[in-house]
Design a protein around this ligand. Structure first.
Ligand code: SF4
Length: 375
């Protein structure tokens, strides 16, 4: 089974914290869509005939596309690949794009899952991030999507934001839970150097909340969502039973995926390909019939470290037998003492030959993974 990711690199305005690949110049939209169609044709054999069970429109802001444009891309993918019946088809959307007409049209062209970038329900905090939507739109979008027939909705939230006190974050959590989305992703703000927040922090114009605020918010998040019946299946992801994101899970479980669009990555179990992060060049190369990408063969160390990094973030953990069989790596043997210490501290547990982090351990997931990496 495999997945396809499409990167739609356009946004209405630049959020102050964002370092994803996007442009606010929408003029080349048609050329870019044609280039994505062309890339899909050229990559028709990348997945070696494996059936596609997930398609994910990410960005950028894919909800800026007309539903007809999204539908044309889906139709083309169905012609080129074996897309399974009932495949999970997700579209990332911003609340300000979700009108009743747009939602209905998206359902009609085959989108069956929405991932809505709400981030926070607090108007001053939204403005402080330069989000394009208002608090009123954040409140309205999920009920509108339900009315249009969407029964698989994910929302994105952010915490550790400037101006987001513990009270504001608790209110965000309460409001999110009242909407009862099937899935919630929650990310702590990180300050990336090339963003507006990064530059302001460097100049002393912005003092972002410290790490301890992020930790406090993370604990509030996990407590509230676990109490409300959500499963915490990945460090940043929670779902009602049966509603984990199939697409993201396939990344974490090391399945093949094809990425289309500028900045998208692909993975075929042996190597990884990276598309260039430049809309103009991406279009130009594809118009000339050249794939706009660089590749990298993965060696044994890359495979093991990547499996550790992704697996430890999930509730399924690391399959120790898989590591032995596939990569001749005996994680238990090589990290005996450290693993015993982690278990004694309540940060990890061993179950059915799998190593999993506990809620306490997940707070330190990056640090623990770095200790287990092979070098
Ligand atoms: S809408 Fe999303 S991709 Fe676009 S700038 Fe904001 S966070 Fe980045």
């Amino acid at each position: 089974m495999a997945g396809i990711y499409l990167h739609i690199p356009f946004c209405r305005q630049a959020c102050f914290y964002c370092d994803f690949h996007f442009s606010t110049n929408l003029k080349p939209k048609q050329d870019l869509l044609q280039a994505i169609h062309q890339e899909a044709r050229m990559q028709q054999h990348y997945l070696q005939g494996e059936p596609v069970e997930t398609i994910y429109f990410g960005g950028g802001t894919p909800s800026l596309l007309e539903a007809g444009e999204t539908g044309a891309l889906l139709q083309h993918l169905r012609e080129l690949f074996e897309v399974k019946e009932g495949a999970e088809i997700t579209l990332e959307a911003n609340p300000d794009d979700l009108t009743p007409e747009k939602l209905e049209a998206l359902r009609k062209v085959g989108v069956n899952r929405l991932s809505i970038g709400i981030q926070t329900f607090a108007q001053p905090v939204l403005q402080g991030l330069n989000r394009a939507h208002s608090a009123a739109q954040a409140h309205a979008c999920v009920p509108l999507a339900r009315a249009a027939g969407f029964d698989n909705i994910s929302i994105d939230l952010m915490y550790g934001l400037p101006g987001q006190t513990a009270e504001v974050w608790q209110q965000d959590l309460d409001l999110a839970l009242a909407l009862r989305p099937e899935h919630i992703s929650a990310y702590c703000l990180t300050i990336e150097p090339k963003t507006a927040f990064g530059k302001w922090t460097e100049r002393g114009k912005l003092q972002p909340p410290g790490e301890e605020v992020g930790e406090e918010h993370y604990l509030m998040l996990t407590q509230a969502l676990l109490r409300a019946g959500y499963e915490h299946y990945e460090v940043s992801n929670f779902c009602l039973p049966g509603y984990h994101s199939h697409h993201n899970t396939s990344y974490w479980l090391q399945k093949k995926y094809l990425g289309l669009g500028p900045g998208a990555h692909s993975y075929n179990l042996e190597s990884r390909q990276y598309n260039i992060r430049n809309n103009g060049l991406y279009i130009k190369k594809l118009q000339a019939g050249v794939l706009p990408q660089e590749g990298e063969e993965l060696n044994r160390q890359d495979h093991i470290n990547e499996y550790l990094m992704t697996g430890l973030r999930t509730s399924w953990g690391i399959d120790l037998q898989y590591l032995k069989n596939q990569w001749q790596h005996d994680l238990l043997q090589q990290n005996k003492r450290y693993l015993q210490e982690m278990q004694a501290r309540g940060q990890a547990r061993l179950e059915n030959n799998h190593l999993m982090l506990t809620e306490e351990g997940r707070l330190l997931a990056d640090e623990i993974t770095a200790r287990l990496f092979i070098v």
